[in-house]
Design a protein around this ligand. Structure first.
Ligand code: FES
Length: 259
C-alpha cells in the first residue's frame, strides 16, 4: 500500500437553476491507496461539497448507474481506479456522459436511451406452448449469444456512439445488442418482427462501424460484431424465421452432445 497523495479532480458542473452552461470546478483532496473514482466522488460530496450530484447504486459494476466520462473515455466510476489515470500533476478529469442532456453535474437525461431500448422489445417472447418443466437449449446456442446477456445497461456505449450524437432516432448499440441476444435465442418466437425493426431506416444499417461502443463497454462486449451479425440476418429474414419455427418444435427434447 502506497502513501496518501494529494490529487486534483476537475469535475464538470452544471446546476440548471444557476448556470447558463457547464463549467469545470477543481477539488483537491488526499487520495488514499485503492480509491476508485466513485469512492473519490463520495468523499468529495461528504467532505468538500455536498451539492455535487452523480448517480450510483451497487458500487460493484453491476447496476450500470455510475457511468461517466473519465479523462475522455466512458467508464464506470465504481470500477475505475484513480491512481493509474492521474497525470504527472496528479490530476483527473470527470464529465457527464456525452451527447445526452445534462440534468445536473454528472447526471444526464437517459430518456432517449431507454426509449430506444423499449422500442426493440428487449424481453424474451417465448412460444405459445410453454413446457411444464423447461426448454432445452444447447451449449452451442448459448455460446452464440457472445455474452450479450451480461450487458448492464450503463449507457457507456450509447453515449460514445457518434451516430447517436447526431441522431437520437437511431436505435443505438445497447438496444441492437439486446436484439442480437433475443434473435440468437432459440426460445424467442418473434425473430421476424425483431429483424424487421432493426432492419429499418434507424437500425443496423445506420451504424458507421467506428467501434466506439466496443472501446466504451466496461464489460468487454462487442456491440459492433452483434450489429454486423444482425445485418446479415436481416437479409436472410425469411429463412431465419422458418428455421426458428422448425427449431421450436424440438425445444423440449434432450440435447444430443456435439459429435
Ligand atoms: S455503482 Fe453500480 S455499476 Fe457502478
Amino acid at each position: 500500500m502506497g502513501a496518501n497523495r494529494t490529487v486534483t479532480f476537475r469535475i464538470k458542473r452544471f446546476d440548471p437553476e444557476k448556470d447558463r452552461k457547464p463549467h469545470f470546478q477543481e477539488f483537491r483532496f488526499e487520495l488514499q491507496p485503492g480509491m476508485t473514482v466513485l469512492d473519490s466522488l463520495l468523499y468529495i460530496k461528504a467532505e468538500i461539497d455536498g451539492s455535487l450530484t452523480f448517480r450510483y447504486s451497487c458500487r460493484s459494476a453491476i447496476c450500470g448507474s455510475c457511468a461517466v466520462r473519465i479523462n475522455g473515455r466512458n467508464r464506470l466510476a465504481c470500477k475505475t481506479q484513480v491512481e493509474p489515470l492521474l497525470d504527472r500533476k496528479g490530476r483527473l478529469t470527470i464529465e457527464p456522459l456525452p451527447y445526452l442532456p445534462i440534468l445536473k453535474d454528472l447526471v444526464v437525461d437517459q430518456t432517449a436511451f431507454w426509449e430506444q431500448y423499449e422500442r426493440v422489445k428487449p424481453w424474451l417472447v417465448p412460444p405459445d406452448e410453454v413446457p411444464e418443466k423447461e426448454f432445452r437449449v444447447s451449449p452451442e446456442e448459448v455460446a452464440a449469444f457472445e455474452d450479450a446477456e451480461i450487458c448492464i445497461m450503463c449507457g457507456a456505449c450509447y453515449s460514445a456512439c457518434t451516430v447517436v450524437a447526431f441522431n437520437k432516432k437511431y436505435i443505438g448499440p445497447h438496444a441492437l445488442l439486446k436484439t442480437f441476444l433475443r434473435v440468437m435465442d432459440p426460445r424467442d418466437s418473434i425473430v421476424g418482427e425483431r429483424l424487421e425493426i432493426v432492419g429499418g431506416s434507424e437500425g443496423v444499417f445506420r451504424c458507421h462501424t467506428i467501434f466506439n461502443c466496443i472501446e466504451a463497454c466496461p464489460k468487454g462486449l462487442n456491440p459492433t460484431k452483434a450489429i454486423e451479425t444482425l445485418r446479415k440476418m436481416v437479409q436472410k429474414r425469411d429463412q431465419i424465421v422458418a428455421a426458428r419455427a422448425e427449431r421450436q418444435k424440438h425445444l423440449t427434447e434432450p440435447i444430443r452432445p456435439a459429435s
